[in-house]
Ligand binder design. Sequence first.
Ligand code: MSP
Length: 512
Amino acid sequence: MSKFFYITTPIYYPSAKPHMGHAYSSIVADFFARFKRIQGYNVLFLTGTDEHGQKIQRAAEKKGMEPKAFCDEISKTFFDLSKTLNLSNDDFIRTTELRHKKSVENLWNILEKKNEIYLSKYSGWYSVSDEAFYSEEEIETKDNKKISKLSGSPVEWVEEESFFFKLSKWQKPLLKFYNDNPDFILPESRKNEVISFVKGGLKDLSVSRKSFSWGIKVPSNKDHVIYVWLDALTNYISALNYPNTNDKLYKSYWPATVHLIGKDILRFHAVYWPAFLLAADIDAPKRVYGHGWILSGEEKMSKSKGNILDPIEIVDTYGLDPLRYYLIKEVSFGNDGNISKEKLENCINSDLANNYGNLCQRVISFIEKNLELKIPENYSFTKEDKEVLKIYEDSFNKLIDSIDNQNINFYVNFIQDQLFAANKYFNDQEPWKKKEDLIRLNTILYVSIELIRKISIMLYPIIPDSSLKALKIFNISEDKIDFNSIKVHENLKKNDKLNKISILFKKIEKND
Ligand code: MSP
């Protein structure tokens, strides 16, 4: 039976060029997509840009540009970033595309037909930066300015005619939905936040704006543009060719396996989105995972705070895989994480250059000198050899479960432990002292190179380029990587020729 896995990143506002927070969401989503592919799933991985609304219109005006031309320019920087980060996304959606407009209009029409939308007047607070409506209780005054307590963004008073979605009526069905689908919102702590928000009562949601024009027009009333979040969330089904629900993509991939998002946009994904879908009689996604923030010092890294580590600069200086590895390893997934260049450099030197790169070089050079780069023919495992190999078989199901529950930390810790174990094995066994005992020498080298194969496969979703370089030792190309093969003890064929590889990671010189 075919197995399908659909993962999405948030679609990013092309209001300014991308920063590390955006890179983080995308890299983590790429990690899951790559893992599921090598596990044998049909994967669809979607990212893109969220181009409508007042925030973008104002950003374009500031630059003296037409919004579409402005979006074309900045959306391209996000598209380019997806290449720089080596994302394996299958599609890149822009909400200014026709396929998306049709999809949003269709969803709107269904909601209107089902009597889920009515015309009234909105008067209240609005944050253009968050594109969010806030109640009086969610606002505070700081330095004489009204801001959102949640995000700290400035808010302004809005009074205008607006269409409303009957969100209040979905309070109970949503609570039932969370109850019936206990893994819909992860991590657990965020789920509790959402449930208490919904329990606190839901007001009908303003879903159109009249005071600006940059957006998708309400089909039945062209004076209104559709609220940018209703527009944006729909991207997840637009990319599957919704409204054609008979389309192969839609049938195979909806409901999405996981929407990966930052915790700042949980309410939109875990409350509004399932409510829209339930109201339109469309299945809700299976999971929404809200990860933490990348912090610089104690603050969220963001353009308005001016504390940005530029992902492109970091990639230029250190290379892509070190950044990917560092972000995935350093940030305890689900929580906020502090990053710094210094810690990145330490991580490159210890984990990547010493523990992984050096191990590959040492073992392969040794095999070159002693076995003419061939997998040995005669070997015999001792209990100790079997133990160091067996851990992969014993942990196999746990590793898959950890990924399916977005428990990246378990997966990464396992790799770190196994890198340590493989280095320790090679050092403790001292193959350089076993040249007289050919069977023992063969066995140590067989086990060591087999461990390198397993670890390199496990590293593929995190550092695809470097892992592929290492897997050249075994002539394993990208389409041949099979995660299931890590549990097999003797995957390497006797007498097969191995290849030498160039250095995987350069150490960073430090002056202290
Ligand atoms: N356009 C909306 C999302 C619509 S999805 C239907 C949006 N865009 S955004 O560009 O402002 O941010 C998108 C995402 O970038 C955040 O949810 C989060 O995943 C990521 N990050 C932005 N800043 C971040 C950090 N400092 N740290 C980690 N991720 C953060 O919201």
